[in-house]
Design a protein around this ligand. Structure first.
Ligand code: KIV
Length: 290
């Protein structure tokens, strides 16, 4: 049988499977900020499924498999119950659904805080099982040794300071951070420690804008703001929040759409047609071929 098949000659050991394009890398993201300046802000959104990743990929620099999936996908009351298995499965789906953005996966609560060794084991499992390029972990100066440990062993780390949702039981809620001078100084110093430890980027969540601006100007790696400031080196939102999947969202979210309403109205139409036997029609049924 003749074939039009042609051998792909662009592969190499470093690039063993043909890809439509080269994926961005962690060093590219890190060097996006040079001499304290970022030409164009980095775009990051959360993604939890392959199809979601496909739709976001071309528009983003980074896709974050956030542990917010605990609430968004699993209906859990917080991110505390999220497991390594959940993160690994969703991260693998997001890697399969993308070929451009750097995929970063959140380390879930309890999988890294005990010691750098525990963090290495958890992070290595996540990267091996999913194919993601980097991990993100929450916490300030107390996590600096862990970040250096992972970095020296081949695992790039994104930090996360300010409002850290995994600490909800200590913080007592999700209110903005840095209202007192002491708290503002701690957030600034935390970010500096993570930068010095080798974090390739730092999420600044729910902090007063002056802290975000001062921190962004003081750290060498890019800051990614969420409820922080447009002056950060990049921005992230929970995709389901900005698409309007939830009626109520935090103040820092801009709802770009009202997808929940669209889904609700569409499903109501479907239900009505099923009950009226007007769906399926001839167009959607199989008949004997003549
Ligand atoms: O889990 C998550 O989605 C996050 C972002 C909100 C930064 O950590």
């Amino acid at each position: 049988m003749s074939t039009t098949f042609k051998l792909d000659t662009s592969t190499s050991r470093a690039n063993p499977t043909p890809q439509p394009m080269k994926r961005l890398t962690v060093p590219m993201i890190r060097s996006h900020k040079s001499d304290g300046k970022t030409r164009e802000p980095l775009v990051m959104l959360t993604a939890y499924t392959a199809r979601q990743a496909q739709l976001l990929d071309a528009h983003c620099d980074l896709l974050l498999v956030g542990d917010s999936l605990g609430q968004v996908i699993y209906g859990l009351p917080s991110t505390i119950p999220v497991t390594l298995e959940m993160m690994s499965n969703h991260a693998a789906a997001v890697v399969r659904g993308s070929y451009h953005s750097v995929v970063v996966v959140d380390m879930p609560f309890g999988s890294y805080e005990q010691s750098p060794q525990q963090a290495f084991e958890s992070a290595a499992k996540l990267l091996k099982e999913s194919g993601a390029a980097a991990v993100k972990l929450e916490g300030g100066a107390q996590m600096a040794d862990t970040i250096a440990f992972l970095n020296q062993r081949g695992i790039p780390v994104m930090g996360h300071v300010g409002l850290t949702p995994q600490a909800v039981n200590v913080l007592g809620g999700y209110a903005a951070r840095g209202r007192s001078d002491a708290e503002a100084e701690k957030i600034f110093n935390d970010a500096k420690s993570l930068d010095e430890a080798g974090a390739f980027a730092i999420v600044l969540e729910g902090v007063l804008e002056p802290i975000a601006i001062k921190t962004t100007g003081a750290v060498s790696c890019p800051t990614i703001g969420i409820g922080a400031s447009a002056q950060c080196d990049g921005q992230v939102l929970v995709t389901d929040d900005m698409l309007g999947m939830f009626e109520r969202v935090p103040r820092f979210v801009k709802k770009y759409e009202n997808i929940a309403e669209t889904i609700e109205k569409t499903v109501a139409r479907y239900a009505e047609e099923v009950r009226a036997r007007t769906f399926p029609t001839q167009d959607q049924t199989y008949q004997q071929k003549r």
